[in-house]
Design a protein around this ligand. Structure first.
Ligand code: NAD
Length: 367
């Protein structure tokens, strides 16, 4: 397993990934959008949801598990509610459509709720909370991944949940929004993928074996994946990822399944189904709930108070949700995106398989 990183300049990576999806059968507009959101994840520091996904997405397109250039069907449409079917479109296409509908309805009604079912992988849920926050709206998202049975509930070692992410976005006056966005498992599956391809190793207790013992070996999730660029199948390993936060995190995961899966019509996670993301999103317009404008100033005051909490490490810092991603974006925009050699090779193999031969030059390895 190679751990050497390549450093790929952002614009070259965007062009390369756009070309791959174009040749794989997506329109140029959709290809550029998929590339944008994948590279955004890398920029935010979440390599698990970045370009490492390219081989898997292309394979899903080939297998007819996801379809190019879909538009959501609106199944229920009231002033404050939309029930949407993503029709197995790319998440990077149908999730922003769902978010636009939620934003529009929230502007009119002050609150709105949108359910999305049968979506391809929607990537980093923060993208949709950031979209709403850019319009001045608070948003809350419960997500599940039907078919993706990977996470053991608190007190068990058997898989029952998807990594079921939860996300809240809050706009902050004259500043970056507050974005809390995480998988309800100790690590997202993509982080196991990254670790299996020579990237950042997992925490020692992130996984659990069939013997009930915690562990960090990606084989517990993927079984024997035969070689550095082999496709990892998270359905076949003998172990599971552990839910975060003991009974509390496990309970939140269950709620993401029930709301993001059951309420949306996507279906709570079960074995033998194809992967689809379901998302239940709530939007609130602070300007309508709070005409006296108390909220923006109070949030600013409170965040400053929280930031002043003395860090445990003398050279450390108390950070707010969303801050690590801002830091990473600033740094990686300048320096380029680090990609492990195994991941880079698997992307190049996918590019060649669809007929893209122009590989970006890279600056490697980082100092
Ligand atoms: P994570 O464990 O890195 O947690 C990220 C969250 O914690 C962010 O809000 C971040 O700002 C905050 N944070 C991190 N360090 C902090 C610190 N020191 N101080 C304060 N706040 C801090 O994230 P994760 O669980 O690995 O999830 C990664 C991504 O995977 C998320 O974007 C999530 O939406 C995505 N995901 C998607 C799916 C899907 O099915 N589409 C499934 C699982 C996860």
């Amino acid at each position: 397993m190679s751990t050497d990183n390549n450093l790929i300049p952002v614009t070259q990576l965007l062009d390369f990934v756009t070309d791959i999806f174009c040749e794989a059968g997506c329109s140029r507009e959709e290809s550029a959008r998929i590339a944008h959101y994948l590279v955004e994840s890398n920029l935010a520091g979440h390599d698990s949801h970045g370009v490492i996904r390219v081989p898997r997405y292309v394979q899903m397109l080939r297998d007819g598990l996801v379809f190019a250039d879909r538009k959501v069907d609106v199944l229920v449409d009231t002033p404050a509610l939309a029930v949407l079917d993503g029709k197995y479109g790319f998440g990077q296409t149908v999730a922003p459509q769902a978010t636009e509908i939620g934003i529009e309805k929230c502007r009119q009604s002050g609150v709105s709720a949108v359910t999305l079912r049968n979506s391809g992988h929607i990537g980093r849920v923060a993208d949709w909370a950031e979209m709403a926050a850019a319009e001045g709206l608070v948003s809350i998202h419960f997500v599940n991944g039907a078919g993706s049975v990977m996470v053991a509930p608190f007190g068990s070692y058997e898989r029952r949940f998807s990594t079921a992410p939860y996300c809240i976005g809050v706009p902050v006056a004259d500043s970056h929004p507050l974005i809390l966005d995480f998988a309800t498992s100790i690590v997202a599956e993509g982080k196991v993928l990254v670790a299996s391809q020579g990237g950042k190793p997992l925490p020692a207790d992130a996984l659990i074996g069939p013997d009930g013992k915690p562990g960090s070996d990606p084989h517990l999730l993927y079984g024997d994946y035969g070689g550095p660029t082999g496709l990892r199948d998270p359905r076949v390993g003998p172990g599971a990822i552990r839910a975060f936060g003991d009974h509390k995190g496990s309970g939140l995961a269950l709620m993401c399944e029930v709301l993001g899966g059951g309420l949306t019509g996507n279906g709570c996670t079960e074995t033998g189904r194809q992967f689809t993301n379901g998302m239940f999103s709530l939007y609130v317009d602070p300007a309508k709930i709070d005409p006296e404008d108390f909220f923006p100033a109070d949030v600013k005051r409170y965040l400053a108070f929280v930031k002043q909490a003395k860090p445990l490490d003398s050279d450390g810092e108390t950070m707010l949700p969303g801050e690590p991603e801002i830091r990473s974006r600033e740094c990686r925009t300048r320096q380029g995106i680090p990609i492990s050699e195994d991941t880079w090779q698997s992307i190049i193999e996918t590019a060649q398989s669809v007929g893209v031969s122009q590989v970006p030059a890279n600056v490697s390895p980082p100092g």
